[in-house]
Design a binder for this molecule. Structure first.
Ligand SMILES: [Zn+2]
Length: 198
């Protein structure tokens, strides 16, 4: 089975490399008006998202992991975790400790590779997988390339592949041009009102 990151894909986003794709997909579970619903709004859609995302993540790592079962209490924790991670991406100072610590386990593969394995059940398992990938991304220096589109009506999470990591739009053609157009209209309005006689 090839990896399909459904939450990111529905917004037309290329996936981040390695395990950061899981973090990106998790952040893209948020709804964007006119484009997609919040996939963590109810247990049915959250369960379906987890099935796909954990399937893709597991396929990428060459393992066979089942997604955790999620109930309403898990969803509230997952949404809070999403807010905390979103804040990190937006470079906001972490408020308090978010939803609290979760555990992970070290495992040694047959190839002699040390792996950080998620542990716990429900939301904790997913949070454990997400924090593990963020940790790896921070050490690989790829984490700072995870960004949220500056178009506030969009805000989708993308991986910035620009040379100097200067991207601010998930897609310059759509969100970037719309913003530039608004800015140039505003400048023109300002210029017109300044030039208009009283
Ligand atoms: Zn955008």
């Amino acid at each position: 089975m090839s990896a399909v990151w459904v939450a990111s894909q529905r917004y037309g986003l290329a996936s981040a490399p390695d395990g950061l794709a899981l973090v990106q997909d998790f952040l893209n579970t948020r709804g964007i008006e006119g484009y997609g619903a919040d996939l963590l709004a109810d247990t049915a859609s959250a369960g379906e998202w987890a099935e796909n995302a954990v399937g893709a993540w597991s396929a990428m790592r060459g393992t066979d992991v089942r997604p955790p079962a999620l109930d309403d209490a898990d969803l509230a924790k997952l949404r809070a975790t999403r807010d905390t991670i979103s804040g990190l991406v937006a470079s906001e100072p972490p408020s308090g400790r978010g939803v609290g610590p979760v555990s992970a386990a070290f495992e040694l593969t047959d190839a002699g590779e040390v792996r950080l394995e998620p542990s716990g059940s429900g939301w904790r398992w997913l949070a454990s997988a997400l924090w593990g990938e963020i940790l790896l991304g921070q050490h690989a220096d790829t984490w700072r390339r995870i960004k949220q589109c500056h178009n506030h009506r969009c805000g989708s999470t993308f991986y910035d592949r620009s040379k100097n990591n200067s991207g601010v739009w998930h897609d310059v053609k759509t969100c970037g041009n719309a913003a530039n157009l608004r800015a140039s209209r505003a400048r023109r309005r300002a210029a017109n009102s300044a030039a208009a006689p009283e």
